[in-house]
Design a binder for this molecule. Structure first.
Ligand code: PMP
Length: 285
């Protein structure tokens, strides 16, 4: 089956889709994006993703490409056209096409591109083994709260993890973890507190983070939104990450040392189960 993609109002076979070489997303990474999970053909927490998209656009004075209603209709049609039951929907908005110049163009139409990826998001084999993570310096820019496509630093970080035989990297600034290359980072302390960095310009406000922290509180687990150090990871009972595509994923080894007993911990497993069990209630379309 040929994958259909969406480009500025058109649904096209992926090999027929075209983007201008003058698109500012291509030239300057002047673009923002969102990734929503598809379960049973429905998008999970899509409204929250669209609210974050609106915020990213507003922080960059970028116009929305269309109304939310039109956007949702296009998302829905793309999922249907590709018959995706389980996987991801990627959407990207760029400032559009203009002759190359650093200042924002006075007139340009935002461009909207979307594609789907079929993927087993629930039955991820890493759930059973857990992830190995290494620490790397956080070399990203200072507005990580904006979800831009300027992702070269996280790509370099992820590759350095792969080269080190690990699965991912947590980025460290001033001795404290900011987040994972494409996920939020958590530890469970010896006294069973879930610790994750507070929101701010240093990290992305994960949609999965918001959902999981709410579930944790409902399950009477104590949540501390505070930056943690590498020493705290070494003394943690367990660790995990969250993202739209990974849900809650246990971390069992950090910088070559096992966390706890080196196996996925009960709290990460419990939160993953709640997240999956409630996903259908959060299916927005
Ligand atoms: N932090 C970063 C840097 C990310 O790239 C992502 C995933 N895009 C996240 C956190 C997790 O966000 P979400 O739960 O919305 O997928």
């Amino acid at each position: 089956m040929i994958r259909m993609v969406y480009v500025n109002g058109d649904f096209l076979a992926e090999q027929d889709a075209k983007i201008s070489v003058f698109d500012r997303g291509f030239l300057f990474a002047d673009a923002v994006y969102e990734v929503s999970t598809i379960l049973d053909g429905k998008l999970i927490d899509n409204n929250a993703h669209l609210r974050r998209l609106a915020r990213s656009l507003s922080e960059l004075s970028m116009a929305a490409p269309c109304s939310d209603k039109e956007l949702v209709a296009a998302q829905q049609k793309l999922v249907e056209l590709n018959g995706v039951n389980e996987g991801l929907l990627y959407l990207q908005v760029s400032r559009g096409v203009a002759d190359r110049d650093f200042g924002y163009p006075a007139h340009s139409d935002s461009s909207l591109v979307m594609f789907t990826q079929t993927k087993n998001v629930i039955d991820n084999p890493k759930v059973k083994t857990g992830l190995k993570v290494i620490s790397i310096p956080d070399i990203r820019w200072e507005r990580r709260d904006i979800k831009t496509v300027g992702l070269l630093a996280p790509c370099m970080g992820k590759q350095s993890a792969i080269d080190a035989g690990a699965d991912d990297a947590w980025m460290v600034q001033d001795g404290h973890v900011t987040e994972g290359t494409s996920n939020n980072a958590y530890i469970v302390t010896a006294d069973n507190k879930i610790k994750t960095r507070q929101l701010g310009n240093e990290i992305l406000s994960g949609i999965t983070r918001t959902a999981v922290l709410k579930f944790a509180k409902q399950a009477q687990l104590e949540v501390v939104e505070e930056a943690f150090t590498l020493d705290e990871i070494a003394n943690a009972k367990e660790a995990f990450i969250t993202s739209a595509s990974l849900f809650v994923m246990p971390v069992v080894n950090f910088d070559g040392k096992d966390i706890g007993d080196g196996k996925p911990g009960p709290i990460s497993q419990q939160l993953r189960e709640i997240y999956i069990a409630t996903a259908q209630e959060r299916a927005d379309l």
